[in-house]
Design a protein around this ligand. Sequence first.
Ligand code: MRU
Length: 372
Amino acid sequence: MNDSIAVIELTPTGLRFLDQTRLPGEEVMVATADHRDVLEAIRALRLRGAPLIGITAAYGVTLAARAWCAAHSAPADTAAALTRTQDFLAYLHDVCESFAATRPTAVNLFWALDRMRCLLARPLAPEALTPEALAPESFTPEAFTAALEAEAHAIHDDDAQRCAAIGRHGAALLPRGAGVITHCNSGALATGGEGTAFAVLLEAHRQGRGIHVFADETRPLLQGARLTMWELRRHDIPSTLITDGTAAMLMRAGRVAAAITGADRIAANGDTANKIGTYALAVAARHHGIPFYIAAPLSTVDNRIPTGADIPIEERDPAEITMLAGRRIAPEGVHVYAPAFDVTPAELIAGFVTERGILAPPYGETLAAALS
Ligand code: MRU
């Protein structure tokens, strides 16, 4: 079977992406040229996973820039060209803000938007917006759009390379013949490459280490059952689906040698936000003397945030818990608490698998050194 997964692609006419809410039943590619559809796709988790959210936002900003250029033809005189560029930059600023407001926890979103904004920032300085400065072709909305498009592709390619390096560094952590637990989805469906934690599993499998993956179903939106199992099957990796509550029991039975997940945001001290249920998995792993690893690119580290207490945690619509597959499963009117993520304290993490190798404690120091 061809095991490469087409997740997202910018074409000359728009963006094509795999609607992950339809998996595993249907593989539906959506095509759009409207960045508002991309905003909706991020909010609705049609495209999700920390690195992929950043890549998606970068492509979404590019779509908005393209559409603006198509709707605003270039004027002949220089003064009007200046106003046009100012209008374009103000519009793109608002578009970046709207992407930044989609999902608060995954820092890769803000990391990617910062890279896009950097391309727009210099000419925003008033002294740069003179008719003379506009004369070069590089200061037209079309030139900005070309630069944004190139940057979006670079963000995508960059993440693919980081994923490959994470897989190479992490595979040796998994003992031969090990049972390995993972949570949520951290594969091609969550990144620009073959994944973070999933890339480690995949590389270990390709090296013939004989691992067996236990995938938590990952309540409430079932990214483990729907997406990770789909990816594991595509790669023929021996695997078993479990409910989230089964993990501790499997550990006690001696069937698990390691646990590994991705991350949505890593604070400067190593505290790590990931899908709700990750913290419970890490606690169970510590109780049973099993190493719990986080695999993530360094773009997931937010060194402006000292500890996990400062990581913003997204809360989702209560209906994601009270409903299942379109059917109500809790009484009408119940109180619901629906955080999408939790924070695993750094002391429960045995190591970070990054594109620069495995980081050991003290994470305040090793993360800072890896970022420098
Ligand atoms: O709500 P989601 O599906 O976007 O959450 C995704 C996760 O929590 C992943 O584990 C995380 O983004 C790491 S994936 C590379």
